[in-house]
Write a protein that binds this ligand. Structure first.
Ligand code: FAD
Length: 234
C-alpha cells in the first residue's frame, strides 16, 4: 500500500525554470519564476515537485534575496542524491520547463540582529538569502563549511560583506592555506569558548549529523540551549 500524501503546503503555483547551473559535480543552483507580489523572509522554504501526481513534494530553502528588486526569481541550492526520486528529476530541468510549488513558509527566520550562522553544504541557502537581503550585517557571524572552494556557495559575497566575521572551512581542499582546513566541527572544537559570544543567537542549518554534532560542541563550550535554533535537512 502506498502512503497517502496529505498536502500541508498546497502546490498553488507553476513556476517556469529560468536557469540551472551545475556549480560542481551533482550540486546545482536552480532559478525559477516568482510571482511579482510574492514576499518571503530569508530562511523560509518552498515545497516543490516536477510531477505532483506521482512524486510528493520535497522541501527546499530559498537561497535568493527577499527583495523582488534584488531577485525576480526564486533560487534553490540542492544536490542530487543516489536514487533520489525528485533531486535527479530537478537536475534534468531546462529553461522553459515547469515545476509545481507552494508559497513560501517556515519559521526558521532570523529576528535577532546578533546572529551566529553555522552551515555546511546546501545548508548555506537560508543564510545566503539573509545576507543577500540585508545591509545590516555588522553583528552577523558566519561559520561556513564545504568540501572545497567550488562548493562554498556565496563565499565572495560573504567575504565582502562580513569580512573577518566570515569563517570558511574546507574539509577536503588544502589549496587555500589562508582558510581553515577541516570541518566546521573541528573549528568549533578548537575554538576558545570566549570566541562564542553569549549575546548572539546561534542558527544551525544542514544535515542531522552536522546539526547534532555542532549543537553538542556549542553546549559543551557553554552556549545555552535556548540560544540555539536549527533547521535540519532530512
Ligand atoms: C526543512 C528542509 C529543508 C531542506 N532544504 C534543502 C535544500 O535547500 N537543499 C537540498 O539539497 N535539500 C534540502 N532538503 C532535503 C530535500 O527536501 C530532499 O530530502 C532531498 O533533496 C532528497 O530528495 P530526493 O528526491 O533526491 O531523495 P528521496 O527520493 O526523497 O530519497 C531520500 C533519501 O533516500 C535515499 N534513497 C532513495 N532511494 C533509495 C534506495 N533505493 N536505496 C538507498 N537509498 C535510497 C536517497 O539517496 C536520499 O538520500 C531539505 C529538507 C528539509 C526537511
Amino acid at each position: 500500500m502506498t502512503a497517502m500524501y496529505i498536502p500541508l503546503h498546497p502546490l498553488k503555483f507553476k513556476s517556469k525554470i529560468v536557469d540551472q547551473i551545475e556549480i560542481y559535480k551533482n550540486h546545482f543552483i536552480l532559478s525559477f519564476t516568482r510571482e511579482p507580489e510574492e514576499r518571503f523572509m530569508a530562511g523560509q522554504l518552498l515545497a516543490l515537485t516536477t510531477a505532483p501526481d506521482t512524486i510528493p513534494p520535497r522541501l527546499y530553502s530559498i537561497a535568493s534575496a527577499e527583495t523582488a528588486e534584488e531577485s525576480t526569481c526564486y533560487q534553490i541550492y540542492y544536490n542530487t542524491t543516489k536514487e533520489g526520486q525528485l533531486s535527479n528529476r530537478l537536475a534534468a530541468l531546462k529553461a522553459g520547463d515547469e515545476l509545481h510549488r507552494s508559497s513560501p513558509f517556515g519559521q526558521f527566520i532570523f529576528p535577532k540582529s546578533k546572529s551566529y550562522f553555522i552551515a555546511v553544504g546546501t545548508g548555506i541557502a537560508p543564510f545566503l538569502s539573509k545576507i543577500k537581503s540585508t545591509d545590516h550585517f555588522q553583528e552577523v557571524k558566519l561559520l561556513h563549511g564545504a568540501k572545497n572552494l567550488e562548493l562554498l556557495l556565496g563565499h565572495e559575497i560573504f567575504s565582502s560583506k562580513l569580512k573577518k566575521n566570515y569563517i570558511p572551512c574546507l574539509s577536503q581542499d588544502s589549496a587555500y592555506p589562508g582558510l581553515f582546513q577541516g570541518r566546521v566541527s573541528d573549528y568549533l572544537q578548537n575554538c576558545d569558548a570566549s570566541k562564542l559570544p553569549l549575546d548572539y543567537h546561534y542558527y544551525l542549518c544542514g544535515s542531522a549529523e552536522m546539526v547534532v554534532q555542532t549543537r553538542d560542541i556549542l553546549l559543551s563550550k557553554g552556549v545555552p540551549f535556548n540560544l540555539i535554533s536549527a533547521e535540519i535537512y532530512f
